[in-house]
Design a protein around this ligand. Structure first.
Ligand code: NAD
Length: 431
């Protein structure tokens, strides 16, 4: 099948290499010419497991192409996926300008029946808007489909090829698009939920908001544990052993971040408002998430005896979670910005996120090549991202580097007893 993907970012690139791997002919389009130039040479533009290998394979087998030209990308396409960003506007709602622009450019070039699939996360009703846009420029037949993406950065390839489910929303009961989409995904063994476009659009927001709710819930429980003898690790484990609850997304910490949860949760709150409904629960989820950043700063202040000014703080982790170089809405970066305002001197290390963090933080902080160089002369070490390598820090080696032995573990990675026994003042989140 001839597929075009518009927007070659985290989702578009992941989907592109996977669809080529499944045997389709895929053209990935992006307006970012630098990105396209790199990808043409087989150079990955993001850090993602299995991506380098599938990218090279797709190019070598002639199944995967990259282009910055709409003419070239749309010419032969049977199915066009929109995978452009839908970032948060300053009022919290979803910004659809990139999707609208992509729809216009695509519509202008349509010459035959094409299935237009929206993979970007968009508010309920966007499918209809895209139809209206396309109809302004193209009078032929086409179908609009909603196919939200559930991949997680860090495991995106695996998530795409082995998803829990594929959700597809159609405009009407009997449209040619239904068979085309089923054929497109036939090699993926996963249940396919077929529904209308609006429900598919809502499923994505509802799923992300529910996961964010789980995170804020366990963070609230951790905050209560901070004030008594209960230990959040055991509490979360005991809760998660109940199959009705499940153990995922029950890790207490400094709150969720990234390019999806904050914007999607906020957009859902706005969608509810626009539909005349005050979504009280999600409002609380957002506020709790903001509070977790404050909570981390309170703990850092406490271990530094009330004053952050001129203290050296080593921050381990800049990406919003482990396994990715993505630093968008990273809790680590939000906390660093607050610490800088309070006069701290920051030296940070991240296995993958430094390049992206530099775009945001510039030279307001120093960057280190390892945890131990970040910790050199530090008054406190703050763990902000759950990279596995931070779990196994050599505490003796850290001690030789640091000026004072304070650790705030924002991800509950270290063994509490071992760390305290080594002579560190230690504060985790609810333990
Ligand atoms: P991204 O910012 O990494 O990539 C978007 C790409 O679109 C960029 O490369 C940009 O240059 C390109 N672009 C913008 N306007 C364009 C246009 N008019 N024509 C062609 N290309 C254009 O974004 P992302 O993280 O891949 O997210 C894309 C969508 O998928 C969003 O709606 C997001 O919410 C959703 N989503 C993301 C994830 C994730 O893990 N990142 C997971 C599920 C869903």
């Amino acid at each position: 099948m001839q597929i075009t993907i518009i927007g070659t970012g985290y989702v578009g690139l992941g989907a592109g290499v996977c669809l080529a791997h499944l045997g389709h002919q895929v053209a990935c389009l992006d307006i970012d010419k630098n990105k396209i130039a790199k990808l043409k040479k087989g150079v990955p533009t993001i850090h993602e497991e299995r991506l380098p290998e599938l990218l090279k394979k797709g190019i070598r087998q002639g199944r995967l192409k990259f282009t910055a030209s709409y003419n070239e990308a749309i010419e032969n396409a049977e199915v066009v996926f929109f995978a452009v960003g839908t970032p948060m506007r300053s009022d919290g709602s979803a910004d659809l300008q990139y999707l609208e622009a992509a729809a216009v450019e695509t519509a202008k070039r349509l010459k035959k029946y094409t299935v237009l699939v929206n993979k970007s996360t968009v508010p309920v009703g966007t499918g209809k808007k895209v139809r209206e846009i396309v109809e302004k420029y193209y009078r032929g037949k086409f179908d609009i489909v909603s196919n939200p993406e559930f991949q997680r950065e860090g495991t995106a390839i695996n998530d795409f090829l082995k998803p829990d489910r594929i959700v597809v929303g159609f405009e009407k009961e009997r449209v040619p698009a239904k068979q085309i989409i089923k054929t497109l995904y036939k090699k993926i063994k996963a249940p396919m939920l077929l529904t209308n476009i609006e429900s598919a659009e809502m499923i994505k927001y509802a799923a992300n908001a529910f996961l964010a709710t789980k995170i804020s819930f366990i963070n609230e429980i951790a905050n209560i544990c901070d004030n008594n003898e209960a230990n959040i690790d055991d509490v979360a484990q005991g809760m998660g052993m109940d199959k009705r609850i499940g153990s995922s997304f029950l890790k207490a910490g400094i709150g969720y971040g990234g390019s999806c949860f904050p914007k999607d949760v906020s957009a859902l709150y706005k969608i509810a408002g626009a539909n005349g409904y005050w979504f009280r629960l999600i409002e609380a989820v957002i506020n709790i998430n903001k509070y977790q950043r404050e909570k981390a700063i309170q703990k850092i202040t406490k271990l530094l005896a009330g004053s952050i000014k001129d203290k050296n703080i080593a921050v381990l982790g800049l990406s919003f979670k482990a396994g990715t170089d993505d630093t968008r809405e990273s809790p680590s970066i939000e906390i660093i910005k607050e610490l800088l305002k309070k006069g701290a001197k920051i030296k940070a290390y991240d296995p993958q996120g430094i390049k992206n963090a530099k775009h945001i933080l510039g030279n307001s902080i120093q960057y280190a090549h390892s945890s131990y160089t970040a910790a050199r002369a530090a008054d406190l070490l703050f763990i902000a991202t759950e990279w596995p390598e931070f779990e196994n820090l050599d505490l003796k080696k850290l001690k030789r580097s640091m000026r004072a032995y304070n650790i705030v573990d924002g991800r509950n990675l270290l063994n509490v007893n071992k760390t305290k026994k080594e002579g560190f003042e230690y504060l985790g989140m609810g333990r």
